[in-house]
Write a protein that binds this ligand. Structure first.
Ligand SMILES: [Zn+2]
Ligand SMILES: [Zn+2]
Length: 138
């Protein structure tokens, strides 16, 4: 069996040769070294951060479909896209089935299991913005 590409791997975990292969081909391994199955250890379409290659497209279409509204606190956020996230309910970032995707504001997202670290990443001004929106929405 060839080397496995773990979901959480980022650039720091790869040596420079792996990284330059990734930039060229989307896989950390040189195609000459490995069989096709080994070349795509986690499936053909994964980014190094564990999301699928089409994630940006999927997440933006989910936000549009749900009207840019947080499914928990119901705020609508159109002008600050980084404050409206798309959450994987089962925490599998490769499972983009409709029922596994939930549109959440940055605060509600940070309240999901194992997501506490997200709260510290919300800038103070953004936090104030979200809290004000929530008051208007209630
Ligand atoms: Zn919310
Ligand atoms: Zn999430």
């Amino acid at each position: 069996m060839g080397p496995r590409l773990h979901d959480e791997l980022g650039q720091d975990d790869w040596d420079s040769e792996n990284w330059s292969n990734y930039l060229k081909t989307g896989s950390p391994y040189s195609p000459d070294e490995l069989t096709e199955e080994e070349f795509w250890p986690s499936g053909p379409d994964l980014r190094p951060d564990g999301y699928t290659a089409d994630w940006d497209k999927i997440s933006s279409s989910v936000r549009i479909k749900k009207g840019y509204r947080c499914e928990k606190c119901k705020v609508i956020i159109k002008d600050r896209p980084k404050l409206l996230h798309v959450h994987h309910v089962n925490r599998d970032k490769t499972d983009n089935a409709t029922q596994n995707l939930m549109v959440l504001c940055a605060i509600c997202h940070s309240e999901q299991d194992g997501h506490g670290h997200l709260y510290e990443q919300i800038m103070r001004e953004d936090l104030a913005y979200l809290l004000a929106l929530r008051r208007l929405t209630k």
